[in-house]
Design a protein. Structure first.
Length: 260
């Protein structure tokens, strides 16, 4: 299904009956298939919205700047249009940053936030790695740069790698570059304010590589609950859905009983 916001068609899947209500937001280079296991599982328990960010999947891909703030406003707008009143917003990678942005600027909308291996407050040492990635994405060997990013993000044992690589390669170069360019500035200038402004329970599920300063996160957000998936690279919702789904279930039952 699609809805047009200011002329831009935003694609989404919606299924199930709530409450509870869940919104699953994929990361950069993803699409709605990155949350197929969660759709199957959580739509039996409540209402599930899986939007495709502008620039991704079947959503429009305009030649424009892409920012975490702008993508967050798309998510909040879709929730309003579809009548979701108090969803739990779960985001993988960049999707978790977007979820925090929505929670900070639409506090009456969000019941809780789940960050799935999101790059939030990552160390300065990551800057050099990200600069190399960005340089590759801007160049003529775009496909090779994509394959390297996906390979570096996955464990050798990850079965989802080929599927993830396919969705990344389907994302236009201008979308990848523009969105990627905004990640570090958001972390430097907005992440702390968004985390501090978030008043709802937050679950962070880490994968194999540490992408967040969870000590700093918890100082800014005392209600943070941290967990770690076993045997998965960055795309844990696809790779180990049985772990991710169970942890989200437990988080909701303990910290968000009112959401159900």
């Amino acid at each position: 299904m699609k809805l047009a916001r200011e002329g831009i068609q935003l694609s989404f899947d919606i299924s199930g009956v709530g409450p509870p209500e869940y919104v699953f937001v994929h990361g950069l280079g993803g699409d709605r298939t990155h949350f197929a296991p969660q759709r199957a599982y959580f739509s039996r328990k409540g209402r599930v919205l899986i939007p495709e960010l502008r620039g991704h999947g079947d959503s429009d891909k305009p030649e424009e700047g892409y920012s975490i703030e702008g993508l967050a406003e798309d998510i909040a707008w879709l929730c309003a249009q579809l009548g979701l009143e108090k969803p739990i917003i779960a985001g993988q990678s960049l999707g978790g940053n977007i979820a925090l942005e929505v929670a900070a600027h639409h506090p009456d909308l969000v019941a809780g936030v789940v960050c799935l291996d999101s790059g939030v407050l990552f160390p300065d040492s990551a800057g050099a790695v990200f600069e190399d990635y960005l340089e590759g994405l801007k160049g003529p060997s775009f496909a090779d740069a994509i394959r390297k990013i996906v390979a570096d993000s996955c464990l050798p044992t990850d079965h989802c790698r080929a599927h993830v690589e396919q969705t990344f390669l389907a994302t236009p170069q201008h979308v990848m570059v523009s969105t990627f360019e905004g990640i570090f500035p958001w972390n430097a200038h907005r992440a702390r304010d968004c985390i501090k402004a978030c008043r709802v329970p937050v679950l962070y599920i880490q994968a194999a590589h540490l992408l967040a300063d969870l000590d700093a996160f918890s100082e800014l957000c005392p209600q943070l609950v941290a967990a770690k998936a076993v045997g998965s690279g960055h795309f844990l919702a696809l790779e180990v859905p049985e772990q991710v789904n169970a942890m989200i279930d437990r988080f909701v039952s303990l910290y968000l009983p009112g959401a159900a």
